[in-house]
Design a binder for this molecule. Structure first.
Ligand code: HEM
Ligand code: CA
Ligand code: CA
Length: 303
């Protein structure tokens, strides 16, 4: 259903325009890569990779992006999509879908910050449905237990190993204090084999988040070692007690996921291969073709 050179005839400058737009945006706003990767993940898990996350609410419909969990999706991620769409509409009107733009922008940005390249096949149509009421339970939350998280991925055909590889996305970007605040005060000292928060890390987080109730924008890097570089340091941090979210910690303590954490911590090449494969699979998940979708004129509204 998807093709490597889908826009070759209809929009020959597609690749170039995508490359220019993502590069400019990332240079001017370095948080764009992580923002867009999370946006893409949240798009694909609901209704497949169909740009449903890009739709704005109207008087008649509260859209996915206004569900609680999506309110923290940064404006920079939406902005890079709007910029690419604007440039593409000038070059080849009514041809390129917002879903394709989001998939390619994500790949370009991941590669730009040091991550692996993977192929993104093209020809996705944009979906007609985006409802905030369908979001709950369909996206992982740090408070879920590992069985719940595994189930969210398994129901979409992703193995435990692929879920762990995809979680390596937390090698870039940040989390708001409210996402991990409960863990940094009542963390317990446990056996060396299963460290929870490193004590100094927990105190640093406590001071970084001291004022979070007054200032809900306070946030901390997901990977304190190399926050802006896509690498395997996220996995190396976990056994050291330097994971930020409860769900990150859990990857290293649950026997189902720990072997993969160890593997990717030891070997960045294996992580990159697994991540690239899993991202290619995610990019194809639930894509729409034919009458099941459309080419949106604006990414934030159904035609
Ligand atoms: C495994 C279960 C997962 C859970 C529980 C989880 C949860 C979270 C939470 C709570 C945040 C912080 C959001 C904020 O405060 O703004 C976050 C950030 C992020 N997540 Fe996940 N996530 C998971 C998996 C994934 C996957 C599979 C990807 C992508 C393939 C991903 C990509 C990201 C990125 C890139 C950020 C940083 C966003 C930014 O800097 O703007 N996450 N995640
Ligand atoms: Ca979607
Ligand atoms: Ca990193």
């Amino acid at each position: 259903k998807l093709y490597r050179n889908f826009y070759q005839k209809t929009c020959p400058r597609f690749d170039q325009i995508m490359q220019d737009t993502t590069t400019n945006k990332q240079i001017n706003s370095p948080s764009t890569a992580a923002a867009t990767l999370r946006l893409f993940f949240h798009d694909c898990l609901l209704n497949g990779c169909d740009g449903s996350i890009l739709i704005s609410s109207t008087a008649f419909n509260t859209a996915e992006r206004d569900a609680d969990i999506n309110l923290s999706l940064p404006g920079d991620a939406f902005d890079v999509i709007v910029r690419a769409k604007t440039a593409l509409e000038l070059a080849c009107p009514n041809v390129v879908s917002c879903a394709d733009i989001l998939a390619v922008a994500t790949r370009n940005l991941v590669t730009m910050v040091g991550g692996p390249y993977y192929n993104v096949y093209l020809g996705r149509k944009d979906g007609f449905v985006s409802k905030s009421s369908t979001v709950e339970g369909n996206l992982p939350k740090p408070t879920m237990n590992m069985s719940q998280i595994i189930q969210i991925f398994a129901s979409r055909g992703f193995s435990v190993q692929q879920m762990v590889a995809l979680s390596g996305a937390h090698t870039i970007g940040f989390s708001h204090c409210k996402e991990f605040i409960s863990g940094i005060y009542n963390y317990s000292k446990v056996a060396k084999s299963d460290p929870q928060y490193n004590q100094r890390f927990a105190s640093a987080l406590q001071s970084a988040c001291a004022d979070y109730k007054n200032n809900p924008t306070l946030s901390v890097f997901n990977d304190i070692m190399t926050p802006n570089k896509f690498d395997n340091l996220y996995f190396q941090n976990l056994p050291k007690g330097l994971a930020l979210l409860k769900s990150d910690h859990a990857l290293n303590s649950d026997p189902r996921t720990k072997p993969f954490v160890q593997m990717y911590a030891a070997d960045q090449k294996m992580f990159f291969q697994a991540f690239a494969q899993a991202m290619e699979k995610l990019s194809n998940y639930g894509v729409k073709s034919g009458k099941a979708g459309e080419i949106r004129r604006r990414c934030d509204a159904i035609n």
